[in-house]
Design a protein around this ligand. Structure first.
Ligand code: AHR
Length: 512
């Protein structure tokens, strides 16, 4: 048993509204995310369009709200026109981003119809790598203009009479990265993003635009990139992106489990730059942070082992790329990153778990076989299902865990949301060795409470994963006690939990 944790919640002073777009996800034409992932004509569950029914069911169950598409690095070499019109006339192309062959059997029309079925808002990325202002504007006109022009009539001839009405648009992807097709300096990208934004807004004033921030916090240009890009685009864009992937360094699980602290600091630094540029330019409109790629990803293995092999081999269709098998530890980190983003909902306007199927994904599939939930599926699903109303940032009194990378972090981290009398508390316990008793003090009386926990399953260890044939990692119920205005429970070591409390109606009740 480690030192007890005390969490205090003041329900009379709720924070920002929970941005439901925080539970976005990402489908890239990469590896087996689209082909042999969501799309597999000939699979026993496939519909007439070729999309797998079993995968669609799992996507619905995951409860995501937004889907970013079609990349990622892929978009920086993509011609959107290749993916529209009769399928048998679509060109087969090299995809230089992932050293693969792109068949274009899935494009805007098929994907938008699938996203609609899955209940996902489409967030479309334009190519600012090999292409520019004109092609971005063409795609927008094709997608959103009602009719009567060459591009909008082409959409109608291709089977979509009504506009797609896509509101969210990413202005390119990771343009600061030398690996990116058409990589640019901050000046070059800032100008291009600003001019693309200007024309896109002329065509459709209702669009919401995301400027590409740094590819990661460790980029040598991080900070200056955001400042320069925002000086060009502030007033024209609504969000700037943050991409954040975390992995375990051998022998240092404590730092990995503290990844939320790193993301918190990253968000804070970008928020400061946004404030600085808005003040400098006298911009009054808000600029949100779109964490539009985040996850656990063993990038060291990809860069050092898999990528060199992939990039010197053939150009396969839908190769197995970065299909990380997620452990219990990874799932706990994913849950803790969601806690961090909810806590920073004052600045984080949306976020996309990268990616959705097979490629560093919560859902895995086998061609002709089954589809299953990885460990990381659960914290995402359980948070997305319950986080609504307003965010509440608790006061947490907990033990301390020293980490090599981020200094001391709290053993327990938590955030809560409140909607009417429904209170949800999301908790992570980063300690690896012992359980910790937790008391949650409320300023209102609780009628009842229940909890679910994700932790090491019986007979497993922190490296246990779910596979096609066996899925031992799943949420289990956790005992909680309610006594008037306190809820108590014990968190196992290495765990993520959701506590759902029904409050008695009180005088200081806040309605969602
Ligand atoms: O999600 C995988 C890749 O990670 C994306 O294509 C790219 O944007 C990022 O570097």
């Amino acid at each position: 048993m480690t030192s007890p944790t005390r969490i205090s919640l003041d329900t009379s002073a709720p924070g920002p509204v929970v941005p439901r777009r925080l539970f976005g996800t990402f489908v890239e034409h990469m590896g087996r995310c689209v082909y042999d992932g969501i799309f597999e004509p000939g699979h026993a569950t496939a519909d007439d369009a070729g999309f797998r029914g079993d995968v669609l069911e799992l996507v619905r169950e995951l409860g995501a709200t937004v889907v970013r598409y079609p990349g990622g690095n892929f978009v920086s070499g993509y011609r959107w026109e290749d993916g529209v019109g009769p399928r048998d006339q679509r060109p087969v192309r090299l995809d230089a981003a992932w050293h693969s062959t792109e068949t274009n059997q899935v494009g805007l029309h098929e994907f938008a119809a699938w996203a609609e079925q899955a209940g996902l808002e489409l967030m479309e990325a334009v190519n600012l790598g090999t292409r520019g202002v004109a092609e971005a504007a063409d795609l927008l006109e094709y997608a959103n203009h009602p009719g009567g022009t060459a591009l909008s009539e082409r959409r109608r001839e291709n089977g979509r009479a009504e506009p797609f009405g896509i509101r969210l648009w990413c202005l390119g992807n990771e343009m600061d990265g030398p690996w990116q097709i058409g990589h640019k300096t901050a000046e070059e990208y800032g100008r291009l993003a600003a001019e693309s934004a200007r024309l896109m807004r002329f065509i459709d004033p209702d669009v919401e635009l995301v400027a590409a921030g740094s590819s990661n916090h460790e980029m040598p240009t991080f900070g200056e990139w955001e400042r320069t890009v925002l000086r060009h685009t502030a007033g024209l864009v609504d969000h700037i992106s943050v991409h954040a992937y975390y992995e375990e360094t051998p022998g240092d699980p404590a730092s990995f489990l503290a990844s939320g602290a790193a993301l918190d600091a990253y968000i804070g630094e970008v928020a400061d730059i946004i404030d600085e540029v808005r003040a400098e330019r006298g911009i009054t409109t808000p600029i949100g942070i779109s964490v539009d790629e985040w996850n656990v990803w063993n990038q060291t293995r990809w860069n050092e082992v898999d990528k060199p092999e992939v990039f010197t081999g053939d150009w396969p269709v839908a190769p197995r790329l970065i299909e990380d098998d997620y452990t219990v530890t990874d799932a706990v980190v994913v849950g803790s990153l969601l806690i961090t983003m909810l806590r920073r909902a004052d600045r984080v306007s949306m976020a996309n778990l990268a990616q959705l199927v097979n490629v560093i994904a919560p859902i895995r599939t086998e061609p002709g076989g089954g589809a299953w939930r990885q460990t990381t599926f659960f914290p995402f699903q359980l948070t997305a299902a319950a986080a609504s109303g307003h965010v509440m940032v608790p006061v947490i009194d907990t033990g301390v865990i020293p980490t090599a990378r981020y200094g001391d972090v709290g053993a327990v981290d938590a955030v809560a949301t409140i909607a009417g009398d429904e209170l949800s508390i999301f908790l992570v316990h980063r300690g690896l060795d012992a359980e910790t008793p937790v008391t949650i003090d409320l300023d209102r009386s609780a009628a009842r409470a229940e909890a679910l926990v994700l932790t090491v399953p019986a007979g497993g260890d922190r490296h246990t994963v779910n596979t096609a044939s066996s899925q031992p990692v799943a949420p289990a119920s956790l005992a909680v006690e309610v006594s008037d205005s306190a809820v108590t429970l014990t968190l196992p070591p290495l765990s993520w939990a959701r506590v759902s409390v029904r409050l008695n109606p009180g005088t200081n009740r806040v309605t969602a």
